[in-house]
Design a protein around this ligand. Sequence first.
Ligand code: SF4
Length: 312
Amino acid sequence: MRVGTPCPQPSNPPTFKMSTYPHWILEAVKKNKAGLHEEPSLDTRGDLADARLHTVCDEALCPNKGRCFSSGEATFLILGDVCTRTCRFCAVSKKTPLPPDPDEPRRVRELSRKWGLKYVVFTSPTRDDLPDGGAAHFAETVRQIRNLDPYIKTEPLIPDLNGNPDALLHILSPGPHVLAHNIETVPSLYGKVRQGADYKRSLRLLKTAKQRRPDILTKSGLMLGLGESEKEVENTLRDLLEHGCDLLTLGQYLAPSKAHLPVERYAAPEEFSAWEKKALELGFKAALCGPLVRSSYRAAELYQKARCRTGS
Ligand code: SF4
């Protein structure tokens, strides 16, 4: 089972002094990093290199990489490792992307087979250069994995596809188990944090997914620490629910470098626990909230929780 979360955070903060982090972040990152040099992590890395596959774990400098790689978890980054947008929280490279590699979905399938995955999470950078935003590639990746074994769960974590409903339907057509799209932050911060994105467009994407395929769980995530207020976070959770979102992740924003947006505030672990409780009270089918939670972190577990809670 290899799962994880796209995350704009450093496992090895390149520019910030470690002493600037609160102790709960330092301790968790230190623990996670310990796994990076163990044999299972090295095997994971070797397999990815052999298969010529990227992970968001590497590209987004995820602080959980040691934990995930050493326990056989990773999130594939399909459609290349270059993004066409310039979100100021994200470490993924911003240059000119290459055309999609038509053999990539097969390689994701083969590595999933080799690793014996039961739950596969994959994401992509935003590909505004492609007419369908990369939807055909996402759909083919779902299809390849389902052909391998229809009981393997798939979770594509998709960009906003520029609000193209046909592209979204294309991804939904082979029947992924979860359709994830991150709202990332509250609407008042979109101009500062997510240039080129649109809060309402992201909400509409989730709503359309739920309307067209109510059998598929929808999922979204956001970060704390960018300057949002408590009320704004609660309103965003309510917006997500009103637009048919089933599953929620909430984590701490960590700046990948000095060139990225600075962290405005560190939320304590207790605050995340309170948000998890609140999210369930508000109506999410399952929620995972914590300082190092990323959108694909323990994704299979979150999916199972939702299934158990709803008895489906
Ligand atoms: S949390 Fe997700 S992105 Fe981060 S290392 Fe784990 S699998 Fe990769």
